[in-house]
Write a protein that binds this ligand. Sequence first.
Ligand code: SF4
Length: 453
Amino acid sequence: MTQGQLPDQGWWQTNPWARMSFSRLAAHRRCPAWYRYTSIDWHASSTGPEQEAGHVVQDVLQRVFDGNPASDVSATALGERALARATRLFEKAWEQAITDFRANPNAVGDFAALDRARYAGHIERGLEFHLREVHAWLSDRHPRTGARLGLPAYGAVIDAWTGTRPWHAPASSEAGEPALEVIPQGWFQGQYDLVYEWTGARRIVDLKASSGSSIFSPEIAEQLTSYTFMERALGRGTPEGLEAWFLGQSEPMVFAVPDEAATDAWAERVRALLVKTGVGGARPDRADFDPAPEQPAGRSAAAGAASAWCAVCPAAYTCKVSGKKAPPAGRGVAFSPALPKGRGLTVEGLVLGMKAPRTERGKEKRRLTIVNESGVASFKWEERDCRKFFERGLRAGRVVRITGLNAWSPDDAPEQVHYFTSAGSTAEVVAEDWGGSVANRGVIEHDAPALGE
Ligand code: SF4
């Protein structure tokens, strides 16, 4: 298969949502049905405390790296001062994150119950790894090879701090939507966490606020392969180094840089998946994306589940081999084979997640995904109505009943039934939780910094 089978660059500019990313690719490798849920049906997933805590760690580290120490700071005082600043920023950011998490209707779990000291330790470790860069600069040595670099003589310690400062993407808390880099051909996008350039070449670092023992941790190798491909596709050549900083570990993990044959073969697989997904062409064959989960090494599946992945899969309540059962449709309509038409309809089920609101033709709208025994459906409703529902207790992880919905179908596609809210639409909570949905909320699918493993 060649690039010729994919749409041209202009198509990708008007359809950026269709671009492949590492997280979409990883979902496909874990299980094609996981990918179908997130990247063909575009169903939504919730976020959890660990994921949001990961963003706090990354944002605090970035802010410390961006700051300037006093111009007369000594090499020994530098670390203490940076840590003091990081601690102050972390305390504030942590409290804010607790408030934000409670207010976020897509958040499932209890942020305040997290082990705060563990994440403070991750900040300290991230700072320690960065200070090793600073001290390598001061001793004119490459931090990995130990080779002398021939840097110009420095005047003050602050020169080393600013000289080693890594590039990073905008802070996730400020930017909202992650800022992604896109390859010139348009079909792949991604976002690095840190890039160190002070040695005269680019070393790409991925931050992980974890000890590296989660089911997701082994995926780092392919994530870094995807970044190597991006560097080459963006015309920056081969990176000098690839590193994963698992901030619960005592040393950075250093990876071999894949050669061009490896990234070419990788890219070919990605393009093949895009073609199979029906990008710019015929609709995909859904049977190509039936459940066929990978069996991650060293992990065993829960009772009744086809794979260990099912425990963290956002599609689990929609999947017959997950061992999980969705709540009954109750007083609501059945979601399959197709939503019934009519007025004053009711929908009932577990809220699996929701996307961020987006403006469409001047109106702010939000997509919500609800599952029950009859199937899964995503609905797009005006944000002002969603806010009314949130006030009535609707949030991810809860079983809810939404009433007063009206159906509509396009004349040329009567089989497509859409549900709209009406002035009388309202929501009520049927159950605060469903069968461990808090523990098994799955993982969010976007390319925000993948810290919250
Ligand atoms: S629950 Fe398991 S088998 Fe089903 S889609 Fe998810 S990973 Fe695949």
